[in-house]
Design a protein around this ligand. Sequence first.
Ligand code: GRF
Length: 196
Amino acid sequence: MKRLKLAILISGRGSNMEALLKAAAAPDYPAKPVLVLSNRPDAAGLETALEAGVPALAIDHKPYGKDREAFERAMDAALSEAGTEIIALAGFMRVLTPRFVEKWQGRMINIHPSLLPKYKGLDTHQRALDAGDAEAGATVHWVSPGVDDGEIIQQASLPILPGDTPDSLAARLLPVEHRLYPEALAKACAVVSART
Ligand code: GRF
């Protein structure tokens, strides 16, 4: 079985990244982490990755100002250097330019905390509560140029309980995300491997 070289892009805590690293510690998992990249030098996930023995690098977006393409060229150079074959966005909080997305299209996936196509963008849990939804959830999808818009790979849902707040919902959803993401990444790897 081919293990695709996996880069994980984060911006903060990195608990989904950690779930992917744990899954990928199994020798028969179809992805092998080669790089964790953060746009924030203070992202807690960088330390977690290093402790797991995975190369981790911060490329701060701030010095690039509004020049998103220059920031992405720097990221792209690091991704290529690591031999990246598939990218998992895991709480990566920068919107990517169409140029970057097109370059990696079909090889880049994201986890979003809603049952897409509902609630693209931010404040997903507040919006689900405001709408009186009976359930919330998370979606792993291919990344396409539209924000949170690509083809769905896998979803997981959970019931919204009386008294739920955005925080309580996010806390209950997190372990669900941690089970969902490794499964969905394995499916994405199968698709990419079948193509090459
Ligand atoms: C998760 O809720 C994920 O769905 C969203 O951002 C959050 C990241 O959390 N895209 P973590 O950094 O993986 O802990």
